[in-house]
Design a protein around this ligand. Structure first.
Ligand code: GAR
Length: 215
């Protein structure tokens, strides 16, 4: 069975959705450990309560980004994971770290990339007036919130939405697509070929998502 390490920085709801999928039998992988760069990340308690090994590598204890990333990579390597899963890990990763885990490092981002990389994605989507928003799971490359896209989920932006309501609608989809992407990886369905994702599954959902919907 393939093993993963999950990296978090805070709440850990995406991590929890992965752990729940493993517990329910719908995600056939082993979660070797959960890492955080912050000792106060709430998700650490959630993971520990579910019997998962947790580790803290506090970025404040390191003089440079490179030194922190090197320590993190070394600590992750102890578990020899097949895949490193960034789940709300709010640190920019150095090129050396990204290259070290090339092809086995994935991230979830709360926007339809390449729109709205970075922070405050929901607020920016509302300011721009987009009608469709969502989330993206992608392989990580050295460019921030960039890299070959594995799966996206789109949600409508509704009249009257604020940042909170839109974030909640997107987060519900994050919790669906991240376990799915990790399952595809575990099943050997995902491959990076020339910097693009090759996905070995029948593509049977060719319909369009239109927002707002005409009635
Ligand atoms: C999630 O919305 C995730 O997509 C986002 O942080 C949140 C973490 O929530 N990640 C990024 O913005 C990465 N660029 P969680 O801790 O409850 O999973």
């Amino acid at each position: 069975m393939k093993s993963i390490v999950i990296l978090i920085s805070g709440r850990g709801s995406n991590m929890e959705s992965l752990l729940n999928a493993v517990a329910s039998g719908s995600l056939p992988i082993c979660v070797a450990a959960v890492f955080s760069n912050r000792a106060d990340a709430k998700g650490l308690e959630t993971a520990a309560a579910k019997g998962i090994s947790t580790r803290v590598v506090d970025h404040q204890q390191f003089a440079s980004r490179e030194a922190f990333d090197a320590a993190m990579a070394e600590a992750i390597d102890v578990f020899s994971p097949d895949l490193v899963v960034l789940a709300g890990f709010m640190r920019i990763l150095s090129d050396v770290f990204v290259r070290h885990f090339a092809g086995r490092l994935i991230n979830i981002h709360p926007s339809l990339l390449p729109s709205f990389p970075g922070l405050h994605t929901h607020q920016r989507a509302l300011v721009e007036g987009v009608r469709v928003h969502g989330c993206t799971v992608h392989f990580v490359t050295p460019a921030l919130d960039h890299g070959p896209i594995i799966v996206q989920a789109a949600v409508p932006v509704l009249d009257g939405d604020d940042e909170t309501s839109l974030a909640a609608r997107v987060l519900a989809q994050e919790h669906q697509v991240y376990p799915l992407a990790v399952r595809w990886f575990a099943e050997g369905r995902l491959r990076l070929v020339d910097g693009r994702v090759e996905f070995n599954a029948p593509q049977d959902s060719a319909g369009a998502l239109i927002s707002p919907l005409m009635r």
